[in-house]
Ligand binder design. Structure first.
Ligand code: G3P
Ligand code: CA
Length: 250
């Protein structure tokens, strides 16, 4: 990953597959990650939470109803219970049998093959989750910058700061749904490498101010092809999208 390019028009924009290529396959499943890699995404984005028995599991919602055939909260179900759920059939019958992946399974399958943007989802529900994620990365030697393409992000900035203090070599990002002031930006730049705003917030001024504070910007979530070009013109460094081919086929 390069730094901030001198010219906005010449910059390389990273394609980040949101929950995998989730426009084409059930989100946060191996099927969606496979499609993302086939579509030449630079990163897959995954949402990580914790099971009742303390395992790290990849799922977006804090309960399982929307994306599986089960019910209940992620934090009240064991890994064994979660692994019995079908995470594919809601999306289409060709995906019957897809399972919720663990973080370990995703790291093992995609290390060296794809960048991985790890989102800690609702980390305040899971005290100590930052340590656990850090341990999974360290165990695999994936905590070395520049050769592993791992980024850790969250809407919970305190959690990002905690993770950074545990594993400062891994790049981090803060997710935001508001425009940050220069003071805010300076403050998060102590522990973050990326500021990742919702796409409706993107202007060249905001992106410039993120860059001026030494950070990069990935924006979310692109679901229509027309959104891509204006975001690139505004100078973003990455586009988080359900449809990686929209960014790649420019
Ligand atoms: O990576 C950005 C995006 O994933 C944040 O929103 O709700 O899809 O996790 P959400
Ligand atoms: Ca996410």
């Amino acid at each position: 990953d390069g730094g901030v390019a001198a010219s906005k028009n010449e910059q390389y924009v990273q394609t980040v597959a949101h929950r995998g290529a989730s426009g084409y396959a059930p989100e946060n499943t191996m099927a969606a990650f496979e499609k993302a890699v086939k579509m030449k995404s630079d990163y897959i984005e995954i949402d990580v939470q914790q099971t009742k028995d303390g395992e790290l599991i990849v799922i977006h919602d804090t309960s399982v109803e929307r994306t599986t055939d089960g019910s209940g909260k992620v934090k009240d179900l064991t890994l064994e219970e979660l692994k019995q759920l079908d995470a594919g059939s809601w999306f289409g019958e060709e995906f019957i049998g897809e399972k919720l992946p663990t973080l370990a399974e995703v790291l093992d399958a995609y290390r060296g093959k794809s960048g991985i943007l790890i989102e800690l989802k609702s980390p305040s529900l899971y005290p100590g989750i930052e340590e656990k994620v850090a341990a999974e990365l360290t165990k695999r030697n994936m905590d070395k910058p520049n050769n592993n393409k791992i980024i850790l992000q969250s809407f919970d900035h305190e959690s990002v700061e905690t993770f950074h203090s545990i594993l400062p070599s891994v790049p981090t990002g803060v997710l935001v749904s508001y425009t940050m002031s220069d003071n805010n930006l300076r403050d998060v730049s102590r522990f973050a490498d990326y500021v990742n705003p919702g796409k409706w917030l993107i202007t060249s001024d905001y992106v410039d101010r993120i860059h001026d504070n030494g950070m990069l910007a990935q924006t979310w979530t692109v679901r229509d092809e027309e959104s891509v070009e204006p975001l690139i013109q505004a100078g973003v460094d990455g586009i988080i999208t359900d449809y990686p081919d929209y960014v790649n086929r420019r």
